[in-house]
Design a protein around this ligand. Structure first.
Ligand SMILES: [Zn+2]
Length: 128
C-alpha cells in the first residue's frame, strides 16, 4: 500500500467514526455557556421552536441570560439606571427568578419547557 492509499484509508476510517451530532455534543459540553444546564441534548430542537418569532426570541433571551433588561440598557446609552421597578438590579434572571413583580412560577427551568403558561408570561412582560 502506497502513501496515498494509506492516507485514504486513514481518512475513511476517521470519517466512519465521526458524526456531526457527536462532534456538536462534545463541543457544546466543553464550552461554558450561560444556563447550559437547560440543554441536555444540543442536537435536538429545543422546546418552543414552533412559537411565533417574537416569543421564540424572548424565550431564548431568557435562556441565554442576555436581553433588553434594565441592567444592560445603560451599556448601550438607552437608559440611565439598571434598576427594576422593585428596586433590585434588573437582569434577565432577576425578572424570571427573583422579582416579586414578574417572577415565573418554576423559574427558568419551567419557562424553558415553553408550555402555554410560558408564552402567556412572556407576552405580559414589558421587555422584548
Ligand atoms: Zn424586580
Amino acid at each position: 500500500m502506497g502513501p496515498s492509499a494509506a492516507a485514504e484509508t486513514c481518512i475513511q476510517s476517521d470519517h466512519n467514526n465521526w458524526s456531526v451530532d457527536k462532534a456538536w455534543k462534545e463541543d457544546w459540553f466543553k464550552k461554558e455557556v450561560s444556563n447550559q444546564f437547560l440543554i441536555t441534548d444540543p442536537a435536538i430542537c429545543q422546546p418552543g421552536l414552533n412559537l411565533e418569532r417574537k416569543d421564540w426570541t424572548l424565550l431564548n433571551r431568557f435562556r441565554t441570560g442576555h436581553g433588553l433588561c434594565a441592567a444592560t440598557l445603560p451599556d448601550w446609552g438607552i437608559r440611565d439606571d439598571p434598576f427594576c421597578a422593585c428596586g433590585s438590579k434588573q437582569t434577565m434572571l432577576h425578572i424570571i427568578n427573583e422579582c416579586p413583580l414578574t417572577k415565573f412560577p418554576g423559574g427558568l427551568h419551567a419557562l424553558h419547557a415553553a408550555e402555554h403558561d410560558s408564552v402567556t408570561w412572556l407576552r405580559k412582560l414589558s421587555i422584548c
